[in-house]
Design a protein around this ligand. Structure first.
Ligand SMILES: [Zn+2]
Length: 145
């Protein structure tokens, strides 16, 4: 009589997962990020651009004027984000591709963070605040009659 063959159970429910985690596309995790937008570098650059633009109008140099307009558009790329989960700071152009363990966990459990607002909403809010501040300064410092 043969001894019964002993099969070791290879599946341990405490250690093994029943299903493999699905791969997370970097573009799909934008809903689960907790990023704060920081426009400080852009504001500083725009102050320099404003000085260049004003100087180009005083000396009536069209090339300097066009260069300062170009610098104004380029300075918009200096907006940064800061991740509240891992602490990473980077330029906002790369914000949609930012994935850290907390973001992956949140995307797997499909819980969208309530705060902070999405990156696009924060950029729009900062833009509105910037334009409103410029208009207020223009009204306050406008030359009188
Ligand atoms: Zn992060």
């Amino acid at each position: 009589m043969e001894a019964p063959e002993v099969h070791m159970a290879r599946f341990d429910p405490d250690l093994d997962m029943t299903a493999r985690p699905r791969p997370v596309a970097a573009e799909d995790v934008a809903l689960y990020q907790r990023l704060v937008v920081n426009p400080l570098l852009t504001v500083l650059a725009l102050l320099g651009v404003w000085t260049l633009l004003w100087n180009s109008l005083e000396v009536r140099n069209v090339y300097l004027f066009l260069a300062s307009l170009f610098a104004g558009f380029v300075s918009l790329m200096l907006i940064q984000y800061h991740c509240l989960d891992c602490g990473r700071t980077d330029f906002i152009l790369r914000s949609r591709r930012h994935v850290c363990p907390a973001v992956v966990h949140r995307s797997m459990t499909e819980e969208e963070p309530f705060f902070p607002p999405r990156v696009s909403s924060q950029v729009k809010a900062w833009g509105i605040l910037f334009v409103t501040t410029l208009l207020a300064l223009a009204i306050v410092f406008a030359p009188g009659p």
